[in-house]
Design a protein. Sequence first.
Length: 415
Amino acid sequence: MMASVLPPTTKSASAAAAATNQPSTAAVRKQLTRLIQTAKQRVPFYARHWSTVATPVTSMQFPEQLGELPVVQKSDLLAQPPGDLLDSSYSDSGLSTETTSGSGGQPMEIVKDAASSRRRGLRFLRALLSCGYRPGQRLMLISTRRSGGLMTFARWSYVDLRDEQLLQEYERLRPDTLYGPLSSLLQICEQARHRTGLHRPAMVVSTAEQMMPGQRALIEATFGCPVADFYGMSEVGVVAFRRPGGMHFELASDDLLLEYLPLGDGLSTERLIVTDLSGGVMPMIRYETGDLVRRNHELADQPIQEFVGRRVDSLQLSSGASISPYRVTLRLEAIEGLRQYQVVQRKDLSIDIYFHCEASNADRLRRELPAALAEMVGTDLPMRCHFQKQSLHKVAGKFRPVHSEVGQAVAGPGT
């Protein structure tokens, strides 16, 4: 199932169709128009956010003029009174809340109505089914959610990602499918490094963090099975998934509309903008995910090949220019013997490089990593290189291979 996709500068419905090989359907037009008109009337935030648009929203044609509406940043939402983000037609009964991870700098509370929760649950299930999961199989989900009666009946078991004994829980549950954040999967791999006879699931699903090729190979070797990759966010749920062995991500539902805005880094990296066409109590319209993608423009539908980091994690140079996370990962992944790394730019623009490898490669990588990074950022930024004997995974929180404290402090969350 494919989501609706718009190019960065849509001028007409026919232009959108030509750029994506997907015609702009009457259903999408109707959904989008209704969503925006309703949000303008019932959600105080959108009424204010669109007040300076040259053409009145009520006179716009969608999707042709969608790009005239300003993008919504996470920082825009955080600056509002919580009630101003909600559709006034919904009562308080039947609403639930979920808190984002805060990986962009600040957590945010997401309010969901019952229909939105069901849609997200079905979208997640469809993605699992597309990757090979079948009802009745044992599914172990590493998360912060607790098991409920229905989940137990479905043979789904939730394990707290903060549990330091994930391997023991994995061996106890012996799941057919293992689903969890990349950091948690790497934690199990680390704990199982010297184990023999480890239970083999039919599939592992990695989520929440960018997976490097070496990490995929480690997970496949540890569990002896293929790995799928899910991309989602608390704001809208599952957005895309990559099947085991797949080269591209598939979009999870036709009720999501995606836009791709060029970053201008010379590598065809694009900002990902999402609109949930189904609306709900807390509509997300032209929401800046903060994530960067790289698509295959040689194929007709231009599918996403990779999620390549967060815009806020671009490295800042003393000249004022910036380097996208993708450029950094592209260069460092080419270095032989590097198992895992993290590049952290501090607020004073200095850079710390943490890396994990075989001890025999440590001295060589201690020289090669700063040299490779200097090719991109120059030699005027102080660099420190740190060899780590253990994996760099984190028990809690999302791990990002390139992380900028400068971006967090200057750009703010969600930019």
